[in-house]
Write a protein that binds this ligand. Sequence first.
Ligand SMILES: [Zn+2]
Ligand SMILES: [Zn+2]
Length: 356
Amino acid sequence: MLTLVQYRSGVCNTANCRRKRECTKRHKKHSTTSCKSAPIPQAQLPTPVKVRPASTVAQEQDEKSETYTSLAPDERGQTMALLFFLQTLAVSTVAAQGRFVDLTHALDTNTVYWPGSPSFKFNILSRQQQDSFWYESNNFSTAEHGGTHIDSPSHFSKNQWRLHEIPLNNLIGPGVVIDISARAEKDPDTQVEIADLFQWEEKHGKIPEGAIVLMNSGWDKYWPNKTAVFGSSTPNNSSTFHFPGFSPRTARWIIANRKYINAIGVDTPSIDFGQSRDFQTHVTVFGANIVGLENVANLSRVPVTGATVFAIPVKIRDGSGGPLRIFAMINDVNRAGINHPEILCMMVTFISILLI
Ligand SMILES: [Zn+2]
Ligand SMILES: [Zn+2]
């Protein structure tokens, strides 16, 4: 059994003190035995302590002058500042982690595919109790271009990245949401124009490096109603489609002025609008190895700025595209306009040290 006895600041006069430096800080006086057991790191205890065997308790009680419980005022101030720093750091870390919004439609047999592609198939191989455990296993098959998916640049541009070649760095970036939902409600053939990007930049500054620029036309509300998603009563005939996309003019402006972005994405089946015949938006952005994201969901739940978007596809070798898990991490601190919470944390801590 051990007993804790506390000391306040003083000088260690023990000749054979093995940890002189710590003792000098912590002990008024002590024996060689206590010196060997000291110091107990201050970080482990609220006040400096020394551990002693129970057999020495009686002797300790006789040495009343050696036993104290409180810190000197300067030590108390430093301890409070340290605790406040740790608390602020913990709070800012939690805030910086943010919250997540899933931007992915689940793959199932209702998933909408571009005409000509086979539909999603899902077959149960096993779903039963074995001797000592439960076991499930399935087969699935899917075309590349259906549901929430990615277009590799190679889809419309020879010698550009195929799916497994797209660097991870190009699949993650600050979200830039261009909201044209009010316009799309009245006109399914509307497109993201250069003026929409200018409007966004007027309010939020220049589109950031590595951005993932996403069109929110409100189209995900139609999912998975095939005729509504394609805006056509004949969803097997692509010439009859009516849904929004990025205009080729906007794509050319991006390549000329904001080529550093990582991706453009839409909540409709194609980054070119439904009435496109030559898919010039695909051709233009893929020529610069900017990737495309299609049938993205839940964009009305993502702020127009202040989110980080992760667009992570299945890694299919030589794929021209494939199923995508895309989500946004919304930083609530960023939403308040504070882009560097760690700096805020340090400032608050510094002020607290001055005040204590
Ligand atoms: Zn596609
Ligand atoms: Zn596409």
